[in-house]
Ligand binder design. Structure first.
Ligand code: XMP
Length: 319
């Protein structure tokens, strides 16, 4: 019968067979999927693997430090940390269309990996933590016509000129199975149980043009929201929760002053695999508390709303 231990052994054998004595470069996003893929591949081929963590400037508060620490200190897996905020934000300047954002970010990721591969004398394979639902959703929407809902930035193959083959050991797995595999590989529970975080990061939680200022506001609001969710003991009951910074400013009043600041939308959903989802039914007192804290503590936001859309018809992310 089927166990994660057996899956692990089989996946390792497959990776060895595919890679042979080749060199593999693996992109870490900070999320669970790419971390599990990296640890699995490292177990299979050791130092034939080079992990690259690209900080695109679209990460949450404290995220980069957490990933670097986990890999360097807990796992002793060498990690190349690329500071690419400048590059990504420059290319995203003036971009407002969600698909253009996604494609721009995907293209830059490839550019960065290519440059890093060259630095280590070339790599034969690019490893990614692509899951089964990522594959499906980039192709078509369940039961509907065959149209692209969103271009997941890590799906769709590589430009031909790259001359690297893909290693995707999680391609047949759903999220809960990836978590089980992560536990099997000894990843800390606090890491394995983390909510999913999309490759394009905060870019797709900031509708409209992305600026450093907006990203900073969004990071602060998101951190307050998640702190309150953890404090209320709700983190593990929720599939994913995050803040979205709307490109809309509204009038408010703070003390004796008029304010004219951004609106923040809060999102939280329950789901089994991310393919469908229900909005999370927080009690109003909780939402009120979060709103008060965000408005008091985060400069630049003076109004908070809660998204009560399920998927379908909404998607989990706003873009
Ligand atoms: P949507 O918004 O399509 O999201 O309902 C479903 C799940 O996928 C995550 N997501 C992504 N993950 N690269 C990723 O690695 C992406 O481009 C991407 N877009 C969405 C999303 O956070 C949710 O968990």
């Amino acid at each position: 019968d089927w166990t994660m231990a057996a899956y692990r052994a089989e996946a390792i054998a497959k990776i060895r067979a595919q890679v042979g004595s080749g060199r593999v470069i693996c992109g870490l996003s900070g999320g669970v999927d790419s971390a599990v893929a990296a640890v699995l591949i490292h177990e299979a081929i050791g130092d034939q693997l080079t992990c690259v963590f690209v900080d695109h400037g679209l990460l949450r508060l404290g995220e980069a430090e957490r990933v670097v620490t986990l890999f360097r200190d807990s796992y002793n897996i060498p990690l190349v940390h690329v500071e690419a905020e400048e590059l990504f934000l420059k290319e995203l300047e003036g971009v407002t269309d969600p698909e253009v954002k996604r494609k721009t970010i995907g293209r830059l990721f490839i550019d960065v990996f290519e440059a890093e591969a060259t630095k280590i004398g070339g790599a034969d394979f690019l490893a990614q933590g692509t899951l089964y639902p990522d594959v499906i959703e980039s192709v078509s929407f369940t039961g509907g016509p065959s149209v692209t809902i969103k271009s997941h930035h890590n799906v769709g193959g590589l430009p031909e000129r790259m001359n690297m083959k893909l290693v995707e050991p999680l391609r047949e797995l759903f999220k809960d199975e990836v978590r089980a595999l992560g536990r099997e590989l000894g990843l800390p529970e606090g890491f394995v149980g983390r909510h999913p975080f999309p490759g394009p990061g905060l870019a797709i939680r900031c509708p409209g043009e992305i600026t450093r200022e907006k990203l900073e506001i969004l990071r602060q609001a998101d951190a307050v929201y998640l702190e309150e969710i953890r404090r209320a003991g709700l983190y593990d009951a929720i599939w994913q929760a995050f803040a979205v910074l709307l490109p809309v400013r509204t009038v408010g009043v703070m003390g004796d002053y008029r304010t004219y600041d951004y609106v923040c939308a809060l999102r939280a959903v329950t789901s089994v695999d991310g393919m469908t989802a229900d909005f999370y039914p927080f009690d109003m007192a909780f939402l009120g508390r979060v709103a008060t804290r965000i408005i008091n503590e985060v400069r630049g936001i003076n109004r908070v709303t809660y998204d009560v859309t399920s998927k379908p018809p909404g998607t989990i992310e706003w873009e």
